[in-house]
Design a protein around this ligand. Structure first.
Ligand SMILES: *[C@@H]1O[C@H](CO)[C@@H](O)[C@H](O)[C@H]1NC(C)=O
Ligand SMILES: *[C@@H]1O[C@H](CO)[C@@H](O)[C@H](O)[C@H]1NC(C)=O
Ligand SMILES: *[C@@H]1O[C@H](CO)[C@@H](O)[C@H](O)[C@H]1NC(C)=O
Ligand SMILES: *[C@@H]1O[C@H](CO)[C@@H](O)[C@H](O)[C@H]1NC(C)=O
Ligand SMILES: *[C@@H]1O[C@H](CO)[C@@H](O)[C@H](O)[C@H]1NC(C)=O
Ligand SMILES: *[C@@H]1O[C@H](CO)[C@@H](O)[C@H](O)[C@H]1NC(C)=O
Ligand SMILES: *[C@@H]1O[C@H](CO)[C@@H](O)[C@H](O)[C@H]1NC(C)=O
Ligand SMILES: *[C@@H]1O[C@H](CO)[C@@H](O)[C@H](O)[C@H]1NC(C)=O
Ligand SMILES: *[C@@H]1O[C@H](CO)[C@@H](O)[C@H](O)[C@H]1NC(C)=O
Ligand SMILES: *[C@@H]1O[C@H](CO)[C@@H](O)[C@H](O)[C@H]1NC(C)=O
Ligand SMILES: *[C@@H]1O[C@H](CO)[C@@H](O)[C@H](O)[C@H]1NC(C)=O
Ligand SMILES: *[C@@H]1O[C@H](CO)[C@@H](O)[C@H](O)[C@H]1NC(C)=O
Length: 751
């Protein structure tokens, strides 16, 4: 190469590299190529944080020149990345700290993952964001999104954000239409926060710890949800302005008080009003009568006057009315019999003593759900109920009804739930009950019913939840019982088609029907709010499954609780035919003979046969029940060798075989049985333990060593449960599982 040539090529190289450098400087900021590079960084970031489960981002194909066809990615006409949707992509770890490099990013959805930690300050630089959805994650920290002033939609629901929100407003308010910060741990006052949000339409503050007065501008919104906080103060005539645009007003579970104003009449578009669980007093506002679009009105758990204004009868679309827990007393108000459009009427916990028939509520033509539980009704159950054409859910629990169950109730063929528990009913269960082919729930527990379980009950082909606990039933368990719940599909399918399966007013019934001893619910139970309960109730009516190992099969869960009676004889082996039966309580009866091995064919989660007179061997087949979590065989006369097979019950967390004095054998040191302490084997003198745990004194070593062995497994069990729960509860679960996983991990670490 000559000198000239060399210098020329040098020049050329210099120019070339200059072009490259400047070119790159352009790429580095605002180009489709750079967007692709950032997305690849994002992909690697996500892959590093998520080694096992990965969402569709894992398929982003680096060889494609443009990322615009990648799953979850959207671009503008000139090829710039504007949309990133990574919702429900199994992402954990932190938020990607460089989203702001996608300078045209307008839409970012990271919802429904398990992303944790704080929002990186980088996100504040995504100044073009109009849609940001971080809901259903584990994010925490205080909110500072002050850079995002083009936001139209901000959804931060179901995270763990805390602190006040004031510093964000009005900074992000100018374009905001939807703000959802529900289900966090936010606090402070909100007055004035949203004054300068001219476009705000949907505001959801549910389930936080906000307090103080409500924001006085709320009536210009379409949806205002403030439930489950600690707001206080009164509402005044001015609270509902003449330009009120509200469609949904949710004020339940706060500390509001005073007389609610008639000016709510200004909100002519209202469809859903809930004032549940506050301290409102005085008359129910007659202004509600002007709300011609109103379908759902929930006034329960307040201290309203007994006298319900007749103007409310003008609400010609009203289908759901809850005026429970106002302690009205005396007779049911006549007016309730005139709400002819109602499908659900909830009047529980009002100390009513009479008026079921005279008020006319039993003649409401469309009534599908009637809840009169927790009142003081006495006398016979009204036969008139038989003539309610649309009745599906009848809840008369916790009253003082006596006499027998009218055989005529067998005529209410559309009935899906009959709850007569906690009354003083006598006589026998009418065989006509077998006509109720749509019945899913039958709760007759805690009465004084006598006689035998009628074999006809086996014709209740939809019956999934049968509770006859604590009565005086005698005789044998009829083999026909195996027919119950044989084919719930028709009923469940009807429910899946029914858009308005209105939930009950609150958790009372749902909690009674799903006891906390029922494993998948043990955790959710304490956190049940009105809304969750409605979701749960809806899911159960639609038969969505709860069986951990069959989650995808959507099989319903079946319960048979007949404890605390005087039932005798053998358990019919036919019981093994009940394909969905998972929770079986036969305890505290006089059942005898062998426990039929066929019972092990059931997908059992709980089996309690304690305090009977079962004899013979414990069927070794029990060891094959995969999902069994609680097994109580105590206080019987089981004999023979303790079956080794029980060691295979890896999900078992509660086990009791105490007080079976004829039972013999050696409990192995390893395996599932070793996780239970000596309390599980009390009063079994012929049972011995392998050397390692030989005769520990029950008061010192025993429980402690047992507990230590127990804990890791129990931890795993909790995690497993919370997973189960999450699957089932969908939305709610998404939050809970992450919440509980975190909690459980903490507990496990502490142990
Ligand atoms: C990725 O894209 C390239 C180029 O379009 C294509 O040849 C290749 O098959 C793609 N790979 C996969 C896994 O889809
Ligand atoms: C945010 O995402 C969740 C879960 O993906 C979704 O249910 C919710 O509707 C989204 N929020 C908004 C305001 O679009
Ligand atoms: C919020 O973040 C911005 C920078 O993104 C910062 O300037 C501002 O001081 C922060 N505000 C608060 C209240 O922390
Ligand atoms: C938050 O509220 C908005 C508006 O009501 C709603 O569309 C969205 O689905 C809610 N987000 C979650 C996670 O429930
Ligand atoms: C919520 O915040 C309160 C204090 O404001 C704290 O005591 C509580 O533990 C927090 N709850 C959660 C679930 O983080
Ligand atoms: C709610 O606010 C009232 C009045 O400010 C206060 O007395 C009460 O303790 C608060 N309740 C909760 C649960 O924070
Ligand atoms: C409408 O609201 C105004 C206050 O803005 C109130 O004075 C008026 O009484 C309300 N109208 C009705 C019909 O209640
Ligand atoms: C509403 O009800 C009242 C009293 O029941 C009645 O006088 C009035 O005419 C009704 N108003 C409308 C608009 O139907
Ligand atoms: C309720 O209905 C009954 C019978 O249909 C009628 O006599 C009564 O006047 C109505 N009451 C009201 C307040 O409209
Ligand atoms: C209703 O029953 C409850 C509990 O049994 C009792 O405390 C209350 O006094 C009764 N009320 C009336 C009005 O009879
Ligand atoms: C209702 O049931 C009773 C007894 O079970 C029966 O005698 C009667 O004919 C039935 N009535 C109607 C209207 O179906
Ligand atoms: C059945 O009734 C008994 C007694 O009322 C109650 O303790 C139990 O929780 C109920 N079980 C179910 C599954 O509903």
């Amino acid at each position: 190469m000559s000198e000239e040539e060399a210098s020329l090529s040098c020049h050329f190289l210099l120019i070339l590299s200059l072009i490259l450098i400047t070119g790159q400087a352009i790429t580095a900021k605002d180009s489709p190529q750079n967007d692709k590079k950032v997305l690849l960084q994002l992909k690697h970031f996500l892959q590093n944080n998520n080694l096992i489960y990965r969402g569709s981002y894992a398929q982003w194909n680096e060889s494609e020149t443009s990322p615009c066809n990648w799953l979850g990615i959207g671009c503008s006409a000139d090829g710039r990345v504007t949309h990133v949707d990574l919702s429900a992509s199994s992402i954990s770890g932190a938020i990607f700290p460089s989203f702001s490099l996608l300078t045209e990013l307008a839409y970012l959805d990271l919802s429904a993952n398990t992303i944790g930690g704080r929002i990186p300050s980088d996100l504040n630089n995504c100044v073009n964001l109009r849609y940001l959805n971080l809901s259903l994650n584990l994010l925490d920290g205080e909110l500072n999104l002050t850079g995002l002033n083009k936001l139209e939609t901000l959804d931060l629901g179901m995270n763990q954000f805390f602190g006040e929100i004031r510093s964000n407003f009005p900074a992000i308010c100018q374009n905001l239409v939807t703000l959802n910060i529900s289900t966090n741990n936010l606090t402070g006052e909100i007055t004035g926060c949203f004054d300068q949000c001219p476009k705000l339409q949907y505001l959801d503050l549910r389930l936080n710890q906000f307090y103080g007065e409500i924001w006085d501008g709320f009536s210009k919104l379409r949806e205002f949800v403030a439930s489950d906080n600690n707001f206080t103060g009164e509402f005044f005539a001015e609270s509902f302005r003449s330009d009120c645009g509200l469609e949904i007003l949710e004020l339940s579970t706060n500390s509001f008080d005073g007389v609610f104003p008639d000016s709510i009449a200004n909100c002519s578009k209202l469809n859903h009003v809930s004032l549940w669980e506050n301290s409102f007093t005085g008359r129910v506002p007659s202004g509600i009568g002007s709300l011609s679009q109103l379908e759902i009105l929930i006034l329960g758990k307040n201290s309203f006057d007994r006298d319900i204004p007749s103007e409310l009868l003008n609400c010609s679309k009203l289908v759901f009315l809850d005026v429970g827990e106002n302690n009205f007393g005396g007779e049911i108000q006549q007016i309730f019999g005139n709400f002819t459009t109602l499908r659900n009427l909830v009047l529980h916990t009002n100390q009513y003593t009479s008026g079921m028939e005279s008020s006319g509520i039993l003649k409401l033509p469309h009534l599908a759900g009637l809840d009169l539980s927790y009142n003081n009704f006495t006398g016979n159950l009204p036969v008139q109920i038989n003539y309610m054409p649309s009745l599906k859910y009848l809840i008369l629990a916790y009253n003082n009804f006596n006499g027998s169950i009218p055989p005529e109730y067998g005529n209410i063929t559309g009935l899906q739930a009959l709850d007569l528990s906690f009354n003083e009913l006598t006589g026998s269960i009418p065989p006509t009950i077998g006509n109720l082919k749509s019945l899913l729930w039958l709760m007759l527990d805690n009465n004084s019913l006598t006689g035998e379980i009628p074999p006809e009950i086996g014709n209740c082909s939809s019956l999934l939840w049968l509770n006859l606990t604590n009565n005086r039933l005698t005789g044998k368990i009829p083999p026909e019982i195996s027919g119950i719940g044989g084919d719930p599909v028709p009923t469940i399918e009807t429910n899946r088609r029914d858009s308005l399966i209105a939930g009950f007013g609150d958790c009372l019934a749902v909690k009674r029907w799903i006891p906390d001893s029922y494993p998948p619910f043990s955790f959710v139970y304490v956190l049940m709010t009105r809304k969750n309960c409605q979701i749960i109730w809806g899911q159960l009516l639609k038969g969505h499954g709860l069986l951990p190992k069959f989650l995808n099969s959507n099989s319903p869960l079946q319960l048979l609780a007949i404890s605390g009676n005087q039932l005798s004889g053998e358990v019919p082996p036919e019981i093994g035919r009940m394909r969905n039966l998972s929770l079986v309580y036969l305890n505290l009866n006089r059942l005898s003979g062998r426990l039929p091995p066929e019972i092990a064919r059931l997908p059992l989660i709980v089996l309690n046969v304690s305090s009977n007179s079962f004899s013979g061997p414990i069927p070794p087949e029990l060891g094959g029940i995969q999902c069994l979590q609680k097994l109580d065989l105590s206080c019987n006369n089981f004999s023979g060798e303790f079956p080794e097979s029980l060691n295979r019950l890896t999900d078992l967390s509660k086990f009791n075989v105490s007080f079976n004095p004829l039972l013999s054998g050696v409990i192995p040191v390893t395996g599932q049985m070793a996780t239970f302490d000596n309390d599980s084997f009390l009063g079994d003198p012929l049972i011995s333990f392998s050397d390692a745990r030989a005769n520990p004194s029950p008061k010192t070593d025993g429980p402690i060593s047992g507990h230590q062995k127990d804990s890791p497994r129990r931890g795993a069990f909790y995690v497993f449960l919370s997973l189960t729960v999450s699957f089932f509860l969908g939305l709610l679960g998404g939050f809970l599982v992450t919440f509980f996983l975190k909690k459980m991990i903490k507990i496990i670490l502490r142990l």
